[in-house]
Design a protein around this ligand. Structure first.
Ligand SMILES: [Mg+2]
Length: 183
């Protein structure tokens, strides 16, 4: 059968941007939030405006993205996906233009099996032509022609209406259920 095309987001899906943002806030401002406070809300929505602005400034310096931890299980899962499907890594990196270089190097370091030509840095993800998009932000699914699959993050726990991957360990099962015979 034809190999399905799987697009996978970076931030909060394979790169722990969320943890890095929380660490940055703790280091700089001693701020702490409970998981409950962040449930269903983006970090930027719970910050005071001046702190949000400082965090955005830090993220606009692309170095923020250079050494993000890899999300557990993502390398093994993407390796399996790449063996059976057309794998693309797709990031709306234009939100932080200086992140493009660091993000590319990060992918080469941690996901060397992803062909550089299968890395897509873009703005609006509705331009993507793929059978599915694994992403923590469901807003990308509304104009996306394929199947959106939510990757769990505290901000999206209440998002319904899409298949959900809670941890990379269950990704192959979820993909197999969504696309029978694809893996
Ligand atoms: Mg993301």
């Amino acid at each position: 059968m034809h190999r399905i095309r799987v697009a996978v987001d970076m931030d909060e899906v394979i790169a722990d941007t969320y943890g890095a943002m929380l660490n940055w806030l703790v280091d700089r401002h001693g701020a702490r939030w409970s998981t409950e406070a962040l449930r269903g809300r983006q970090i930027f929505d719970v910050l005071e405006s001046d702190v949000a602005e400082m965090l955005r400034t830090a993220m606009h310096d692309g170095a923020f993205f250079a050494d993000l931890p890899v999300i557990a299980g993502s390398q093994a899962a993407l390796s399996t996906i790449a063996a059976h499907c057309e794998l693309f890594v797709t990031s709306a990196a234009m939100e932080f233009p200086n992140s493009l270089g660091p993000k590319f190097l990060w992918l080469r370091r941690h996901f060397p099996f992803v062909d550089p030509l299968n890395i897509v840095f873009c703005g609006d993800k509705s331009i993507l032509a793929a059978d599915c998009l694994i992403d923590d932000n469901a807003r990308h699914f509304t104009r996306f022609a394929g199947q959106g699959i939510v990757f769990s993050s505290p901000h999206n726990v209440d998002v319904a209406g899409y298949p959900r991957i809670r941890h990379w360990d269950e990704a192959i099962t979820v993909l197999s259920e969504t696309f029978p015979g694809a893996l």
